[in-house]
Design a protein. Sequence first.
Length: 149
Amino acid sequence: MAGADHTRPDHLSIIVFSGGFERVHYALATAAASLSADIPATLFFTMGACRALEKSGADGEPGWRRLPLAEEAGNATARDARFRETGLAGFEDLLAACVALKARVMVCEMGLKALGLTLADLRDDVPIVPGGLVTFLNDASRHGTMLLI
């Protein structure tokens, strides 16, 4: 395209707002792809999406397994298994990739309060930075891209 600026963003900032399993899964896939392309990424979990980072409950299942599906009946565990059967990365694989590739994982303190959660309720295997919108916006880049998922 003539005259188009093909400059890549220098940072990807993703607001993970939706608590729907497929959307959180896609946010992780987007961040992992960005990091694989050497574009730093920040995931800012807020509201219903905070539940994706909850520690395992009394049932031994991590919080993301209790996320509702966005568009169909069923559950996150079955959807994740179906994704893996078709060759897609599972939730734990994507989260581990984001951690290994050094994504910045932030959680919104307001979102936690709205859900009645604290930082102690979140996973220990994910380095989580607490903050708010100002913290998230200060992390973003002037030459980056911001997504709301």
